[in-house]
Design a protein around this ligand. Structure first.
Ligand code: FE
Length: 235
């Protein structure tokens, strides 16, 4: 299997390129617009055909490469069913399985960071890994203070959905700010400081008091991402 975890230093975003085999079909999760030339080169070098590009949610900190990848590779662009991005090729429902050349990804609706965030479980019949977008991070969780985020929903998504996956399921987040690359469900259940030993009320309290500044790119990234990564020049 081809598994590449790619990093955008500017936004600390992880992008994942997956394929069953060299010469086969591939999919990409959470690609960043500025990295388009690198993705195209890597896809060519690995001799894979990109057929699907997925965003876990509408990002506020970087512009998506979904629209550009669709133009360049004719891939299908996908987001969860509740996205407001009208331009995606298709929307996936909770429980739906995306199959790329036998590589299976189960869509799991995990709102909280935004109200339209999805996670994707690799091999849902026998989970191997989960791509959590920004709802569950390594030893952290995605902020819930904008884009219809909700700490109660975040708790439910993490505790009642993601933490129901087997403990050895690997966790691949949408971001990491310290350079940590992977965790596991068991590790996060045990050691995530926002969740381990905390009640739902304590978690909500923590999330309501983070007092984070808005992402620098938010006013550009959100409208652009609703338009599949087309950045409009301000008038
Ligand atoms: Fe996000």
């Amino acid at each position: 299997m081809i598994f590449r975890q790619l990093y955008d230093h500017t936004s600390s975003t992880y992008t994942y390129l997956l394929a069953r085999r060299h010469g086969g079909e591939a999919l990409i999760i959470d690609p960043v617009k500025e990295k388009l030339p690198e993705y195209l080169q890597l896809i060519q070098q690995l001799k894979v055909k990109l057929v699907k590009a997925i965003d876990t949610h509408t990002h506020a900190d970087h512009v998506t490469a979904l629209g550009d990848l669709r133009e360049q590779t004719q891939c299908v662009t996908l987001m969860g069913e509740y996205t407001k991005a009208e331009c995606v090729s298709a929307r996936v429902r909770d429980g739906e399985v995306i199959d790329v050349d036998g590589l299976r990804l189960g869509a799991l609706y995990t709102p909280g960071h935004t109200d339209e965030s999805f996670s994707f479980v690799l091999n849902p019949d026998r989970p191997e890994a989960v791509f959590t977008g920004d709802v569950l991070l390594i030893r952290g969780t995605g902020r819930t203070d904008f884009q219809a985020g909700d700490p109660e929903k975040s708790w439910d998504s993490i505790v009642n959905k993601l933490f129901k996956l087997p403990d050895d399921t690997l966790v691949y987040p949408g971001h990491d700010y310290k350079g940590w690359t992977v965790s596991s469900i068991g590790e996060e259940r045990q050691y995530n400081p926002r969740l381990a030993g905390k009640t739902r009320e304590e978690y909500v309290q923590i999330m309501q008091n983070l007092n984070l500044p808005n992402p620098k790119l938010m006013d550009i990234a959100v409208p652009a991402n609703l338009a599949c990564g087309k950045v409009r020049q301000a008038a």
